[in-house]
Design a protein around this ligand. Structure first.
Ligand code: GBH
Length: 479
C-alpha cells in the first residue's frame, strides 16, 4: 500500500511527534527487582471491585522485561520521542530517599540508553499517579510533606537521568487525581472527601511542581539544558446557548485554570472565579475559612512562571450548562455548572470520551489567548476502543484532531510537539483492560504479551515518513 501524503497538511519544520505510556500502566514487574508497593498496587489488590474487570498492573504489558522490543517498535514506526514515566517505588522501595534500588535505577538507564541509541528522544514524566503506598498512608497528596518527598524523588531523577534527558514533565494531570482520587472515588486512592481534599491536594501538587522546577533551574539547568514543564488535562467547553460565553469560560477556569492559572497566568494564583465562589460557599456553609486554601504572595510568586512549556493532554469536549441558584444559596458543587454532551458526538469505548475535533483547535486557541505564546507540547491525545486491529474509529479521530491542530498552528498557536496516547494497549486505570487506547495491540492472554501493529500504527509509520497528514480511507478498508 502506497502512502498518499496530503500536501495540504504538512507538519511544521522542527515539529516533533511521539507516543506515550506511563509506568504503572505498562511495566508490570510489580514486586520484582526490589520494587516497593505503591498506591496502585495497594488499590488494585485491595479494592479490585473498583476496576472494571477487577484487574491490575501486576504484569500489564510486561515492559519491565520487554523494553527493548518496545523501543524497536517505536523506532520502526519512526517516532521522534517517547514519553514515559518513572515508578517512584521502583526507585525508593521504602518510600523514602535514604534507600535507593540500584536495579530500579538501572532499568531506566537501560530504557533511556536504548532509546537514545536509536535516535529517539526520551520525554520523562517524573510522576504519573503512582507513589509509594507508605506515602499514601501518611495522607498522600493531602499531606504537605508530599512536597518534600516529591522533591527528593525529582532530585534523584535529575541527578541520574538528567544528563541524558531533554524533556521533563513534573506531574501528570494533578486536577484529575486530586478531583477524582481525593475529592472523588473514580481513581486511587478514592477518598471521596468531596469539596475538601481535592483543593488541599492541588495546593500541595502545585507547590511540589514549583519546588522541583526551581531545583532544576538552580542546580541542573546550566549543565543539563533541558526543558521542564507540567502536564495538564484540559477539555474544551461549548456553551449550551450559542450566546452564552460566560459559562464555558467559568468551566475552563475550573477544569484547566485550576492548575494553569497559578503557573501560566501573568498574575498567578487560583482563577478569580474559583476564589470568589468557593469563598462564598464556604461562608454560607459556616466554615471559619475558605475550603480553597490561600497562597501567600511569596508562594504565588514562587509558583508563577515555573514551566518552560505547557504540556497539554486533550481528549474530548463537553457542553457547560449553568445551574441557577437563588440569593444566599451555594453554587452547586462550588462550580455552578454541569457537563452535558451533544448526542451527535460519536462516543468511544470509554463513555467519557467523545470525538469532537473542533474542541481541540478551540482549546489550543483558548490556552494561547489566556496564557500567551509559551510553547505547547500536546503530551496526550487519543481514542479508546475494545482493542480491534482494524481501528477505524481511532484513525478517524487522529486524522480529524491532527488537522484541527494544524489549523490552530496556522492561527498562531505555538504548538511544538504532539504525542499519541497510547503507544501500547495498557492498564487503563479504573477501566482495567476493557477500554484500550494503543496504536499497538497487546495480547493480554499471551504470557509473552505479543505486540501487533494496528492500522493506526501503520498510518503513523507512513505519516512520520511524509511529515504530512495522510487521508485514512486507504487504511480503513479491510486490508
Ligand atoms: C489520561 O487522562 C491519563 O493521563 C492516562 O494515563 C490515561 O491512560 C488516559 O487519560 C486515557 O484515559 O473515570 O469516568 O470519571 C486523561 C484525562 C480525566 C480522562 C478523567 C478520564 C475520567 C473519567 N482523564 N477522566 S471518569
Amino acid at each position: 500500500m502506497r502512502a498518499h501524503c496530503d500536501k495540504d497538511w504538512p507538519f511544521p519544520k522542527d515539529f516533533i511527534i511521539g507516543s506515550a505510556s506511563s509506568a504503572y500502566q505498562i511495566e508490570g514487574g510489580w514486586n520484582t527487582s526490589g520494587k516497593g508497593e505503591n498506591n496502585w498496587d495497594w488499590y488494585t489488590h485491595n479494592k479490585p471491585w473498583l476496576i472494571a474487570d477487577g484487574s491490575n498492573g501486576d504484569v500489564a504489558c510486561d515492559s519491565f522485561y520487554k523494553y527493548k522490543e518496545d523501543v524497536a517498535i517505536l523506532k520502526d514506526i519512526g517516532f521522534d520521542f517517547y514519553r514515559f514515566s518513572i515508578s517512584w517505588s521502583r526507585i525508593f522501595p521504602t518510600g523514602f530517599s535514604n534507600e535507593t534500588s540500584k536495579e530500579g535505577i538501572q532499568y531506566y538507564h537501560d530504557l533511556i540508553d536504548e532509546l537514545r541509541s536509536k535516535g529517539i528522544e526520551p520525554f520523562v514524566t517524573i510522576y504519573h499517579w503512582d507513589h509509594p503506598q507508605i506515602l499514601e498512608k501518611m495522607g498522600g497528596w493531602v499531606n504537605e510533606l508530599m512536597v518534600d518527598f516529591f522533591t527528593d524523588f525529582a532530585r534523584l531523577v535529575f541527578q541520574e537521568f538528567g544528563p541524558k534527558v531533554r524533556y521533563f514533565a513534573t506531574i501528570n494531570e494533578p486536577s484529575f487525581f486530586c478531583f477524582g482520587g481525593y475529592g472523588g472515588a473514580v481513581t486511587a486512592p478514592a477518598w471521596n472527601l468531596t469539596l475538601n481534599a481535592e483543593y488541599l491536594c492541588m495546593h500541595n501538587a502545585l507547590k511540589a511542581h514549583a519546588k522541583a522546577y526551581h531545583m532544576y533551574d538552580e542546580e541542573f539547568r546550566s549543565t543539563q539544558n533541558g526543558k521542564i514543564g507540567i502536564v495538564l488535562t484540559c477539555q474544551y467547553f461549548f456553551g449550551q446557548d450559542k450566546n452564552d460565553t460566560v459559562t464555558p469560560d467559568i468551566a475552563f477556569q475550573y477544569d484547566c485554570g485550576w492548575t494553569a492559572h497559578p503557573i501560566f497566568s501573568k498574575l498567578g494564583d487560583y482563577p478569580k472565579i474559583m476564589r470568589k465562589r468557593i469563598d462564598e460557599n464556604s461562608r454560607i456553609q459556616g466554615w471559619p475559612r475558605s475550603r480553597l486554601p490561600t497562597f501567600t504572595q511569596k508562594e504565588i510568586e514562587y509558583i508563577r512562571g515555573t514551566a518552560d512549556y505547557f504540556g497539554l493532554n486533550h481528549y474530548t469536549s463537553h457542553i457547560a450548562v449553568p445551574v441557577k441558584r437563588g440569593t444566599g444559596e451555594v453554587w452547586e458543587n462550588d462550580r455552578g455548572f454541569h457537563q452535558a454532551v451533544d448526542p451527535k458526538w460519536p462516543v468511544s469505548a470509554a463513555s467519557w470520551l467523545m470525538m469532537v475535533p473542533e474542541g481541540f483547535g478551540n482549546i489550543l486557541r483558548r490556552i494561547t489567548k489566556e496564557y500567551g505564546n509559551l510553547p505547547i507540547y500536546v503530551t496526550e491525545n487519543g481514542y479508546a476502543d475494545h482493542g480491534s486491529l482494524n481501528d477505524h474509529e481511532r484513525l478517524k479521530y487522529y486524522y480529524a484532531y491532527l488537522k484541527e491542530m494544524l489549523v490552530a498552528i496556522n492561527d498562531g498557536c505555538n504548538v511544538k510537539g504532539y504525542t499519541a496516547w497510547s503507544f501500547l494497549d495498557d492498564f487503563e486505570w479504573r477501566g482495567g483492560y476493557t477500554t484500550l487506547f494503543g496504536i499497538v495491540h497487546v495480547d493480554f492472554n499471551d504470557p509473552g504479551r505479543k505486540r501487533t501493529y494496528k492500522k493506526s500504527a501503520k498510518w503513523y509509520k507512513d505519516l512520520l515518513k511524509c511529515r504530512k497528514l495522510i487521508p485514512v480511507h486507504n487504511y480503513t478498508n479491510n486490508n
